[in-house]
Each structure stands twice: as structure tokens, then as C-alpha cells.
Design a protein around this ligand. Structure first.
Ligand code: ATP
Length: 265
């Protein structure tokens, strides 16, 4: 029992040390250090352009460090980080898909398996079973054969989550996954993400710029501004109207109004 707990228990899975990232003259990250423990659900919040997405790109090996160091699941990220990316699921915001796209929901979820099975190999029975299990988990089994371009934004995001789970990731990166969804779909997706995080023992980073979709039930929040970590701690301590007003350069009264709309308020 003790050994089991040790293997699946705490331990740092993401270590970012003094990361500096710049895109020509734009500095996206200025000396950012962040440690994330196995099993943590971390919300990264801040205004547009704060550097939130850039944090996700350096974790999954797609960002280029000017200086600093990133280690994920014990592997130092150098080059393109392809190996580590197989173990990281990524869901971005819903985008318009061409309604003529000739793929079914089930086939799109199978795309998540190719990192494991290899691009030129055919999926086996186990792969299809896993795909169907993930569709069931996100409540999309009834739409499995529908063309991917014929889904609502919320259904599309459930499919994206199923595709990412089919990859059997250990880390889940979510970049504004509820942006452009209506209130009901936002609530459903956030609930699903929390459920999956817990049931699959994942480590999750959830990025949003939107005060209305603050994941206030996360274990820890990171507040970002101008490429720096501006605040870090428990949601109860950090997500005060006063702090958020200073973070977004908004009057506290405007923050209060905005938070009334919050999905997880
Ligand atoms: P948002 O909430 O708008 O998505 P963000 O906090 O995720 O913003 P990033 O996307 O990480 O912010 O961008 C941080 C900074 O880096 C911004 O100033 C942005 O303009 C710049 N930037 C990001 N990607 C690129 C790129 N590919 N080329 C040039 N500049 C970029």
C-alpha cells in the first residue's frame, strides 16, 4: 500500500526554471519559474497577452526558450519535445470546422491514438475499444458516427477532450477550452474536465483570460501579467475582487459584476 501511494503520490511533474521566451522584440515570458506537482489542478489566469499560452507551449516542447530550463516528467525539454508530447494532452478553444470535413467523431477521436500506434500502422481492436470508452466518458457515444463538422461548440469540445484522452496522457493542458461556448456548455465542459482530472489522476493546467470562466475550484491559481507570475496561491486567497481588479486594471465594482456571470462562482 505504502509503495503504491509513493508511486502515484506527489512529486514534481512540471518544473520551469527562470524561463525567458521572446518573439523578436516581444517578450512573452520574463524569468518565469513554476513547479507543478503530480495530480494538481492549476488555473492560469490573466489578461490577453500575459504569456499564459506561452507557458503551455514550453511545457509541451513547442516553445523556444531564450534562457532557463523546463523539465517535464523528469525529461529536460530540448529540441522539439516530441517524446514528451505523446504523454501530454492538449485542448484549445473550439474552432469552426468545415461542415464538409469527411471524418466522423469516432475517427477524429482515433487521431489521438496515432502518437502511440504510429502514423503508418492500423489501429487494432484495443484502440477502437479505447476510443469508444472515451466517447462514452464524455457523453458523445450517440454522436460517434456524425461528421465532425456537424457538431455544436460544446459537442466539439467534448470530442476534443475524448481525442486527447485516447492518447492516454499524464498531463492535460487546456487553453481557453470554454471560450465562445454558451453558459450551459461552459458549465458542462468545466464539470467534465474536473471529473476527468480526478478519475484519470491527471496533472492539469487550465488557462483562461476570462473572469467569467475562472476555475475557482482548482488547487492553485497562477495570476499572470506582462509575461510574469504576478501572484500564486489558493483560489480563496488570491481571487479577491481587489486582486483581480489590479490584475486586469479594472475597478473592483466592474470585477464584481463580471464575477456574477462566472460559471464556477
Ligand atoms: P491570450 O489570453 O490573448 O491568449 P496569453 O496570455 O495566452 O494571451 P500569449 O499568447 O502567451 O499570451 O502571448 C504573450 C505575448 O507574446 C503577447 O505579447 C503576444 O503578442 C506574443 N506572441 C505570442 N505568440 C507569438 C508569435 N507566434 N509571434 C509573435 N509574438 C507572439
Amino acid at each position: 500500500m505504502g509503495r503504491c501511494l509513493e508511486m502515484h503520490g506527489a512529486g514534481t511533474v512540471i518544473e520551469i526554471e527562470s524561463a525567458v521566451v521572446s518573439y523578436r522584440e516581444d517578450i512573452a515570458l520574463r524569468d518565469v519559474s513554476l513547479h507543478v506537482e503530480r495530480g494538481e489542478f492549476v488555473g492560469i489566469i490573466g489578461p490577453n497577452g500575459a504569456g499564459k499560452t506561452t507557458i503551455l507551449t514550453i511545457v509541451n516542447g513547442l516553445g523556444k526558450l531564450l534562457s532557463g530550463k523546463v523539465t517535464v516528467m523528469g525529461m529536460k525539454i530540448t529540441g522539439n519535445g516530441q517524446e514528451v508530447r505523446k504523454r501530454i494532452g492538449y485542448v484549445a478553444q473550439a474552432e469552426n470546422i468545415d461542415p464538409r470535413m469527411p471524418m466522423s467523431v469516432r475517427e477524429v477521436v482515433m487521431l489521438g491514438r496515432y502518437g502511440q500506434i504510429g502514423l503508418l500502422r492500423k489501429p487494432g481492436r484495443h484502440d477502437w475499444e479505447l476510443v469508444d470508452e472515451m466517447l462514452e466518458l464524455v457523453g458523445m457515444s450517440h454522436l460517434a458516427c456524425r461528421p465532425i463538422g456537424h457538431l455544436s461548440g460544446g459537442e466539439q469540445q467534448k470530442t476534443a477532450i475524448a481525442r486527447c484522452l485516447a492518447q492516454e496522457p499524464e498531463i492535460l493542458l487546456l487553453d481557453e477550452p470554454t471560450a465562445s461556448l454558451d453558459w450551459k456548455a461552459q458549465t458542462e465542459i468545466l464539470g467534465l474536465v474536473k471529473l476527468i482530472h480526478a478519475s484519470k489522476s491527471l496533472t492539469t493546467l487550465f488557462v483562461t483570460h476570462d473572469l467569467g470562466s475562472l476555475p475557482i475550484s482548482c488547487d492553485r491559481v497562477i495570476l499572470m501579467k506582462n509575461g510574469r507570475i504576478w501572484g500564486e496561491g489558493s483560489p480563496e486567497r488570491l481571487l479577491t475582487d481587489q486582486n483581480l481588479g489590479r490584475l486586469y486594471d479594472m475597478p473592483e465594482s466592474a470585477v464584481r459584476e463580471k464575477r456574477k456571470e462566472a460559471v464556477f462562482a
